[in-house]
Structure formats: structure tokens, C-alpha cells
Design a protein around this ligand. Structure first.
Ligand code: AGP
Length: 610
């Protein structure tokens, strides 16, 4: 998704902007640009393609001068990826430059209105209306804050903006409504960025802009205003992530690094919550008293987080015997859901910025529900708007394909399920203790799965040219199969489907023919026999079967062609281990096919537009 950066201070802006942009590359983009300002005016360089194309352009033509500038990586929504549609956008007289994340919903009517006044547009983007409108307002009133508030009054939709104006050579302006934006504070200049990783080498002190806020950023101080132009007092937020955490640290790709960080992420998520043999979730207001009276849970998320929530649904229903509704946020928000103030609504989101999940949260709050957010990003919009927050301490997840966030989301949901069951008197002490002890072994067991990746590499070599790969399972294995299938398709571009294995005979088995790979997740003892019959049915039609199963299981007795082993755990926790070989398989399939798993086509790390 688009990235915004900006700098004002004693240094030349261009190299800093380029460095900040390189730290946002992981978000996915198709064009990039920067603009700087000095006594000669605005200097714009932008181009379709990766940052290297922009770097080559700067090397050829020279770096633009100026100690103030903004930059952008664009992920096309309105208008194709092209030089002219890349950001920054200038107004038709080159007075103002704007970078924009989000979508301006009423851009067509604004554009028509401006064109009638003689304004000439160069791009097909929705963003250009902002620079055109702002330049005209600034020309009239001569005050950047007033021009910004009145421009924002005309915009509908979601946006984060970075602005520089020829008439205000000492000011970098930023505004936020619906799209994240932070201001970085330091003694050697100040910064803006849509994402904290862009700022980590420069500062750990940030202001997290709230909805509608405008920042006027100067070289030596920052002023923040409401959308009505009133001054706002901001608290400085200290970022705890290290630069290393946001860098590859010797791994070839962020995705691989993050897969290998999972044992650590499990410990970081569990350890602060396990004390004296008990689960403690009071930090999120989840006291036993509160959990005991929950009558219904509604779990809402997108993508990988929705797959974690599927496991959460099973765990809560199975242990606490509380009905759980599950939906993907993009459906939930438009289906007029039945909600009651007694419901505990849980939104799960790694980034804490996903537009659909945020909209679902707001809808639930309008209906009087209490919202618990399970999220990875401290200070994210979802974290700030939820009533309660349970953080997944996975550390920064940079790769588009979510891995360690999934595992830590599962853990948070298991903790809620076990504690809710205990608070409701549905778990005897011995079973509670057994779960706690088992949770404490999961980090080591994940480490064991990661001891060797040879089997996954070999399978990837064998199957990377397949047209389709199916993932099957029953119960929690089916939930994990959905995540396994998403991992594979999003980075290797091999078509993949996950099926509840009992459903195969109702249609999908028609696609099974000689040589089609079927990955069967086989950890759920209660349905093992049923699953094995389903495996035999696909094998009889020529499928090549790979099982993911416990090391001590007997699944391989003639049923599977290959087996990827995981250490035995309670079946409830199996998705947390069985997904790891599937993540590695997906990663190596992408590598075998020559794709960069960190930059999957058409995808963005956080989806802040609908
Ligand atoms: C999967 O690997 C993706 N990154 C994607 O499905 C992601 O889980 C989804 O977009 C939701 O993002 P969130 O957790 O940041 O809300």
C-alpha cells in the first residue's frame, strides 16, 4: 500500500527521503517519487517502477536540492501505474506539492468543479484534486493551516497527506483522516511517515496523529491542530522496536527471517501473560469477572487474521461453550449484522490499520458493543479505537505474507478461550494446568520444526510447477489449511484451494487427476479416520499426497506419499505448529519459481483502503 515520508531540517532532504522510502518498500508499490523545496522552487522527480529506477534517475540528473521535502511510494488505485500518476502531485502552477495515501471518494465532482474554473489536470488520480484545491485556497488566504482545514472540509474519503508549498519554505505539513500518519521528532530535524519503520534510523520519538489532525512540522519544533484549526497537545510516544528488528539481519528475505523468529515471538506473547501457573489478561480488561459474563463472541478480521480467528472460534466454543460468530470484515460491515451491547466483539489485525476491520470495529461500537482488539502495532488506529487491547508481541512484521503475526494471534485467542472457560467454571484445574504446561512447550516445539528445512525445499522443487495445489483437513486442520493455501498462492502464484476434506466429494474432487498435489493436514485425532478415508479417495484418483502430521503418528502407513513431521501437541494447539512447514513450503515454492516472496504482485502489507 502507498507510503508517505517527509523531512525538514539541517540536512539535504533528498537522501533522507530516499532512505525512508526504501524502508517502506516492503509495503508494495508500483511507482515512486520525491519533491524538495529550496530558493529556486519545487524540484520534482517521479517515475513508474521500483525505487532503483528513481535512484538511477537521481544519479543521472543529480539530486534535487533543499532541506525540506516529501516522498511517496504509490500502489495504484485510481489511474494506472505511470510516471504521471506517481506522487508527489503538483498543482497546475507548481505552487504546492502533495503526497496522498487513501482514496478521495468525491474526487470526480471536485475535479469537474476545478476544471470549470480553468484548472488543468495532468494525472488520472484522485490525489491530484488535493494539490489543485489546496494551492487555490492557499493563494486566497495566504495561511497554510487555514488552507488545509478548508481543503479537508471539501474532501470525502480516507487520507493521509504530506504537503510542501513554495509560499511556506520553512514548513512541512501533514494531515490525517482514515489513513495512518506519524510525525518523527529529533534534534536534527523532524519527519513525517505513514509507517514507523521508515523513521527508525532517525528517531524513536513520535507523535501519532489522530483522526482529522494536522501537523505543521518545522525544522526545530512541531505544532499539531485539530481539523478545525485548534491547537492540540500531543504526547510523545517512544517506539521500542530496534532498527535490527525492522531489517533482514542476514536472512535473504524478511519472510524467512520472520518464520524463524516464531519461537521467540511465541515466548514474547506468552511469557508476560503466564504467571504462577495462571493466565493473566487484566492488561486488556479481561478479568475473570468480565469473562464469566460474556454471552456471545463475534470475531472479525481479514485474510490471515481471519484464519487465526477461525481457530479462535473453535477454541472458544469448544472450551468455554460460548457461541461465537465469525466473519470477514468486508462482509460483516455490509450485511447489517445483529449485534447486542452484551456481545464481546473481537477484531484481529496485525497492522491495526486494515480499513475493513476498522470499519467493523466502528460499526460494533455504534451498536454499543465492547470491542477487544488483538493487534501487533502499538498506537495503531484499531488499538486506539478499541475498548480493550491484547497485543501480539510478534515484533515488526515486514513481509507481506503474514507468518509470526498468525502464530501470535492464535496464542492470544487460545489464552482468551482458556481463561474464559476457566472463568465460566468449564475447565477443571487439572485440564487448565495441562493447557498451561503445553503452551509453555510450544516455543521449543516450533524451534524443532525449524531445525531442518530440507524436506520443504525438496517438496517445493518437486511441486513448484504444479498448476493447482489443494490443502485439505477437518476441524482445526481445515482452518490451518486455509492459511496454508493463502500463504502458497499469495507468494508463489500457484493456484491453491483449501477444502474441508469431507466436502471434496461434493464437487472439488472432480479436479483431482494424476499428479495433482494434495497437502493433507492430519493432526486432529477425533477425525483422523475420516480424514484418512478422504485422503484415500484423492489418492485413488491419482493425487500425490503430502501429509503434515505428528512425528509419532501412523498416517504414513501407505496413505501419504510424503510426510512433513511436527512434534506432538494437544490437538487444540496443532495449527500453531502445522502451519510452519506450510509457510516454509510456500516460501521455497516462490524461490524455486524465481519470485521475491517479500514483494508479491498486487499485494500490500496493510490494506488501508476498501
Ligand atoms: C496474508 O499473508 C496477508 N498479509 C493478509 O491476508 C493480511 O492478513 C490481511 O490483509 C489482514 O491484515 P491485518 O492483519 O493487518 O489486518
Amino acid at each position: 500500500m502507498c507510503g508517505i515520508v517527509g523531512y525538514i531540517g539541517p540536512e539535504g532532504a533528498a537522501p533522507i527521503l530516499m532512505d525512508e522510502l526504501s524502508r517502506l518498500e516492503y509495503r508494495g508499490y508500483d511507482s515512486a517519487g520525491i519533491v524538495t523545496l529550496d530558493g529556486d522552487g519545487l524540484h520534482l522527480v517521479k517515475t513508474r517502477g521500483k525505487l532503483q529506477v528513481l535512484r538511477d534517475r537521481l544519479a543521472r540528473d543529480g539530486e534535487p536540492k533543499g532541506n525540506l521535502g516529501i516522498g511517496h511510494t504509490r500502489w495504484a488505485t485510481h489511474g494506472a501505474p505511470s510516471d504521471v500518476n506517481a506522487h508527489p502531485h503538483l498543482d497546475d502552477q507548481g505552487r504546492v506539492a502533495v503526497v496522498h495515501n487513501g482514496i478521495i471518494e468525491n474526487y470526480q465532482s471536485l475535479r469537474r468543479e476545478l476544471e470549470k474554473e480553468g484548472c488543468v489536470f495532468r494525472s488520472q488520480t484522485d490525489s491530484e484534486v488535493v494539490s489543485q484545491l489546496l494551492a487555490r485556497r492557499l493563494e486566497k488566504c495566504g495561511d497554510l493551516l487555514e488552507a488545509l482545514t478548508s481543503t479537508m472540509g471539501r474532501l470525502r474519503g480516507a487520507y493521509a497527506l504530506g504537503v510542501v508549498a513554495k509560499a511556506c519554505p520553512g514548513t512541512l505539513a501533514a494531515a490525517r483522516k482514515g489513513s495512518p500518519l506519524v510525525v518523527g521528532l529529533s534534534d536534527h530535524g523532524n519527519y513525517i511517515a505513514s509507517d514507523i519503520p521508515a523513521l527508525l534510523p532517525y528517531t524513536r520519538k513520535v507523535y501519532l496523529l489522530d483522526e482529522g489532525e494536522i501537523a505543521l512540522v518545522y525544522a526545530d519544533h512541531v505544532e499539531v491542530y485539530s481539523e478545525w484549526g485548534e491547537p492540540v497537545e500531543k504526547k510523545v510516544y517512544e517506539v521500542t522496536w530496534s532498527v535490527d528488528a525492522a531489517e533482514r539481519g542476514g536472512y535473504k528475505h524478511f519472510m524467512l527471517k520472520e518464520i524463524f523468529e516464531q519461537p521467540r515471538a511465541i515466548r514474547d506473547t506468552l511469557n508476560p501473560r503466564l504467571r504462577d501457573g495462571r493466565i493473566h489478561l487484566e492488561e486488556a480488561g479481561l478479568t475473570d469477572e468480565y469473562l464469566a459474563q460474556v454471552k456471545r463472541v463475534v470475531l472479525i478480521a481479514c485474510g490471515t487474521a481471519s484464519h487465526a480467528s477461525l481457530v479462535g472460534r473453535a477454541a472458544i466454543e469448544q472450551l468455554a461453550r460460548v457461541p461465537v460468530e465469525w466473519d470477514v470484515a468486508s462482509e460483516f460491515r455490509y450485511r447489517d449484522p445483529i449485534l447486542s451491547p452484551d456481545d464481546l466483539l473481537v477484531v484481529v489485525s496485525q497492522s491495526g490499520e486494515t480499513a475493513d476491520t476498522l470499519a467493523a470495529l466502528r460499526l460494533a461500537k455504534e451498536n454499543g458493543c465492547k470491542v477487544l482488539a488483538i493487534t501487533n502495532v502499538v498506537g495503531s488506529t484499531i488499538a486506539r479505537e478499541a475498548d480493550r487491547v491484547l497485543y501480539t508481541w510478534a515484533g515488526p512484521e515486514i513481509a507481506v505474507a503474514s507468518t509470526k503475526a498468525y502464530l501470535t494471534q492464535l496464542l492470544c485467542l487460545y489464552l482468551v478461550a482458556i481463561e474464559m472457560a476457566s472463568a465460566k467454571g468449564r475447565l477443571d484445574a487439572a485440564t487448565y494446568d495441562r493447557y498451561i504446561r503445553e503452551l509453555q512447550t510450544l516455543s521449543d516445539k516450533a524451534q524443532t520444526v525449524l531445525t531442518s528445512t530440507t524436506a520443504e525445499q525438496e517438496l517445493a522443487k518437486r511441486f513448484c510447477h504444479s498448476r493447482d495445489i489443494f490443502f485439505i483437513g477437518r476441524g482445526l486442520d481445515y482452518a490451518a489449511a486455509m492459511e496454508a493455501s493463502l500463504k502458497l498462492k499469495e507468494i508463489s502464484y500457484i493456484h491453491s484451494e483449501a477444502m474441508a476434506s469431507g466436502e471434496l466429494k461434493h464437487g472439488t474432487i472432480a479436479l483431482i487427476e494424476d499428479g495433482v498435489p494434495v497437502v493433507a493436514l492430519s493432526t486432529q485425532g477425533a477425525v483422523a479416520e475420516k480424514l484418512h478415508s478422504n485422503i484415500r479417495a484423492v489418492k485413488a484418483r491419482g493425487a500425490v499426497v503430502v501429509c503434515i502430521a505428528y512425528g509419532d503418528s501412523s498416517v504414513e502407513d501407505g496413505v501419504a506419499d510424503y510426510v512433513l513431521y511436527i512434534p506432538r501437541t494437544d490437538d487444540l494447539f496443532a495449527p500453531l505448529l502445522s502451519i510452519i512447514p506450510a509457510q516454509l513450503f510456500a516460501y521455497y515454492c516462490a524461490i524455486e519459481r524465481g519470485y521475491d516472496p517479500d514483494k508479491p504482485r498486487n499485494l500490500a502489507k496493510s490494506v488501508t483502503v476498501e
